[in-house]
Design a protein around this ligand. Structure first.
Ligand code: FAD
Length: 474
């Protein structure tokens, strides 16, 4: 009986996992491995918050695999070398994995496929993490879309995403002894993915349950409530109006096919418009991955090359720290940055406002913000993070026009009128009335030590517009 090696990456689940399902359908034993690869050229090392998530997600995955009769093998180092070693160790005749779409990751996978072909082994990859493979969505001239709406229309007009696969019940492991025995595994805690000295993860642990069960619970909660009011709820940071599935999707703890068909099952006929709006957000995820697939340098290079001449300012260390720590003096920005620090997540509307404040009011290069989010978001991914930062900066695909500068005061008055969100993260403003809380500098008795604005809105807006105009004028 030949054995199979299944290499899991950003697909830490048993449900709707085509590589795992294929391995389970074979006769022989299955070795399931996760490789922490921080060495292959170009692979971006994880940030602090995603490391925390990964630790817990692997713990959960290992428990689920154990229940199915298997054991997760953990290895650290260059994936290419580790997978080759494991194939030799286990005598596997097949290696299976689900596809990744980043440039360096694709290079690793292509290298392994070449090696396997030379060795006479089978290496097969599957579609698992995107509903539409990037190279299949093409415009009239055969190129990639650069604007979201026609991209998503083309997706919706193409083949319906396949049905999800059930989790395999049994995953037979190699024997515990003998020549072809289960390979040794690293100990997860030795990877030191969790923060120590200081341990800042308490707020993350309160907010999240990494792992497959936690992901499905989030989906159910969303389908039982917020989804039918998503169209308006998604803009209100003070209510639970969105799914909070992003970190689960980021690590592949739930499959987009499962989400897609769960929506379909819940609304078999005439889905409310809100469901369509939610689907199109899943579409934005697909669009971002397509952008990364076509532009592997998305996190470092302007999508629009004319932005290479943009005159970014370098904010002072104090201003940058004020932004990072949520002390800019603008409540919506500060509440968002503190939510990010405490929970590893920030509401989308606030992400837009906080990012706009950094790149427009402080005129910082968008890469400065992208890096901070990369380190602090539990959902930080190599497609959505740079694509959205570039969208806000105006340098990206289908970007927000350069003259759109989010006004954090107007935004919080409009989307958090009663200040619920602001009060949750800015305790020093909790006693201000619903009007003053958006502009605490107007409070007659001061605002309990809350900082003065680091920059005036009208003048910083004018400076940004002038700088953008200069770029336009060449
Ligand atoms: P929901 O509103 O419930 O949406 C469902 C899913 O759709 C999300 O889980 C996510 O997978 C996807 N989605 C929604 N909006 C977007 C979007 N604008 N772009 C791409 N996918 C989207 N999202 C990330 O997943 N990772 C990131 O690193 C990331 N960085 C961002 C940086 C900035 C500056 C901005 C403005 C947005 C960023 N986003 C990122 C997009 C968005 O803010 C989050 O996906 C969303 O807030 C996650 O919350 P949710 O799961 O409740 O979303």
């Amino acid at each position: 009986m030949s054995s199979t090696l299944v290499w899991l990456r950003d697909d830490l689940r048993l449900d709707d996992n085509p590589a795992l399902a294929e391995g389970a359908a074979a006769d022989g034993p299955l070795t399931v491995v996760y490789v922490l690869d921080e060495e292959s050229p170009g692979i971006r090392p994880l940030g602090g918050a995603t490391k925390w998530w990964l630790h817990h997600s692997l713990e959960s995955l290992a428990a689920d695999l154990k229940e199915a009769g298997n054991r997760l093998v953990l290895r650290r180092g260059r994936a290419n070398r580790i997978i080759r070693d494991l194939v030799k160790e286990t005598g596997a005749a097949r290696v299976l994995w689900n596809r990744r779409y980043g440039g360096p990751e694709r290079a690793v996978d292509a290298g392994l496929k070449d090696w396997a072909a030379k060795e006479g082994l089978e290496a097969e990859s599957f579609q698992a993490n995107l509903l539409f493979e990037p190279w299949t969505v093409r415009n009239g001239s055969g190129g990639p879309y650069k604007v979201f709406t026609p991209f998503w229309k083309a997706c919706l007009d193409s083949q319906d995403p396949r049905q999800p696969l059930d989790a395999p019940q049994q995953l037979p492991a190699p024997a515990k002894t003998g020549e072809r025995r289960l390979p040794a595994t690293d100990t997860l805690s030795d990877w030191e993915l969790l923060p120590q000295r200081p341990d800042w993860s308490e707020g993350l642990a309160k907010e999240w349950t990494p792992g497959e069960a936690g992901a499905h619970e989030r989906l159910e909660t969303f389908l039982d409530g917020p989804v039918t009011e998503y169209g308006t709820g998604r803009d209100r940071p003070g209510v639970e109006g969105t799914s909070r599935l992003s970190p689960h999707l980021r690590f592949g703890e739930i499959s987009p096919f499962r989400v897609w068909h769960a929506l379909r099952a819940r609304f078999p006929h005439h889905a409310p418009a809100d469901v369509g709006v939610f689907r199109s957000e899943i579409g934005w995820r697909e669009f971002c991955w397509q952008l990364l697939y076509e532009n592997p340098q998305l996190a470092t290079r302007n999508f629009r090359p004319e932005f290479d001449d943009f005159a970014w300012d370098k904010p002072s260390a104090a201003d940058l720290r004020a932004w990072q720590q949520g002390r800019t003096g603008y409540p919506l920005v500060d509440a968002g940055m503190r939510q990010l620090w405490q929970t590893g997540w920030m509401h989308n509307r606030v992400r837009m406002a906080a990012a706009s404040f950094l790149v427009k009011n402080l005129l910082a290069d968008w890469r400065t913000g992208e890096e901070w989010f990369w380190d602090t978001l539990v959902d930080a991914d190599s497609a959505s993070n740079p694509a959205n930062w570039q969208w806000v900066a105006g340098s990206g695909a289908d970007a927000s026009p350069y003259f759109r500068i989010f006004n954090p005061v107007t935004q919080s008055k409009k989307f958090d009128a009663a200040g619920r969100y602001l009060r949750a993260y800015l305790p020093e403003l909790a006693d201000l009335d619903d009007k003053t809380i958006h502009e605490p500098w107007k409070a007659a008795d001061g605002a309990g030590g809350y900082p003065e604005p680091v920059v005036g809105l009208p003048e910083s807006r004018a400076r940004a517009l002038e700088t953008y105009q200069k770029l336009k004028d060449g």
